[in-house]
Design a protein around this ligand. Structure first.
Ligand code: NDP
Length: 284
């Protein structure tokens, strides 16, 4: 049990790069709000350094938990002794926890996206036609939770179409899902979720204009203080709404915090705080 005088329990986010991460800010707010005694750091590690740095953090430095971000969400899986069912389904890990001397791998991205869409943004997903852009770690993490919402259709589009086709095959036992490139997308969608890294480069994926109507919600998992290239594009196309991924960021962090500490923070004030903080993740 930790006390105010004992060393704080140690947590971190690992990525490459990681300087853009808001996770230390968010977890510091959660810890203050729930009176948990912890410290949360940023650790930058290249793919070659990843396994050594993670082992050192948990088994030499005494770390208790880690968030995993771009580009390590799949590579970190082989370090885990146990994977939660949602991490197994996702084939990607964004949360590591040391439990009984062994590493547990979990994935809270899906819970985060669904909580933001349904709780914060009041979106009704049942029967919705959803287009998911991208086939990387973030996309993998949200497919099963999206299909669990009884969508009428989930279409995955990716630059490398073969990756989207393979992902759709992997999840086809869970619901109506299809994958491919951007060329043959024809009809409009109720929801378009951008899970590509294009916004980080100021790019918009080549989405046909016919996919967007005045009823479409365009959601960018990327988060910035101003519109991203994708939310700008969505507004210019007349989408009903264009939202950034701040809510998903805070909700997935809250779920990781719960996995580590067994306490659920209130996300509303923290979401307001990250939106109004001075940092800009796309430029800092
Ligand atoms: P990955 O590197 O695993 O995947 C990147 C994906 O983006 C691939 O499908 C890639 O396509 C595609 N892509 C990259 N550049 C472009 C481009 N210029 N045009 C079109 N497609 C492109 O990244 P992640 O999946 O981990 O992260 C993706 C995004 O999601 C990031 O912006 C990240 O910040 C955000 N994210 C946000 C979270 C939140 O809580 N809000 C949580 C997790 C992620 P290809 O396969 O063809 O190369």
């Amino acid at each position: 049990m930790s006390t105010a005088n004992a060393a704080p329990d140690l947590y971190a986010v690992i990525g490459y790069p990681v300087k853009q991460s808001f996770s230390p800010f968010i977890h510091a707010q959660f810890a203050r709000q729930t009176a948990q005694h912890l410290e949360y750091r940023k650790i930058e590690a290249s793919p070659d350094e990843l396994h050594g740095v993670v082992r050192k953090f948990f088994f030499e430095t005494g770390g208790k938990g880690m968030n995993v971000t771009i580009p390590h969400k799949q590579a970190v899986m082989s370090l885990c002794q146990t994977l939660t069912p949602r991490a197994q389904l996702a084939g990607a890990v964004n949360t590591l926890a040391l439990q009984g001397g062994a590493l547990l791998g979990d994935n809270t991205d899906g819970v985060g996206l669904i909580a933001d869409l349904t709780k914060n943004l009041q979106v009704h997903l049942r029967g919705a036609r959803v287009l998911l852009l991208g086939a990387g770690g973030a996309a993998r993490g949200v497919i099963a939770p999206l299909l669990a919402q009884a969508l009428s259709e989930l279409r995955i589009a990716n630059r490398d179409a073969a990756k989207a086709i393979a992902l759709a095959k992997q999840f086809q036992h869970l619901g109506a899902i299809d994958g491919g490139g951007y060329d043959n997308l024809q009809h409009e969608f109720d929801l378009i979720v951008n899970a590509t890294a294009a916004s980080l480069q100021g790019d918009v994926p080549p989405i046909p204009h016919s996919c967007v109507s005045a009823r479409t919600l365009c959601y960018d998992m990327a988060y910035a203080k101003t519109d991203t290239a994708f939310t700008n594009w969505a507004k210019q196309r007349g989408a009903a709404r264009a939202e950034l991924g701040w809510g998903m960021l805070v909700e997935q962090a809250a779920e990781s915090f719960y996995v580590w500490r067994g306490v659920r923070p209130d996300t509303d004030p923290v979401l307001k705080a990250v939106r109004s903080s001075a940092l800009d993740p796309l430029t800092t």
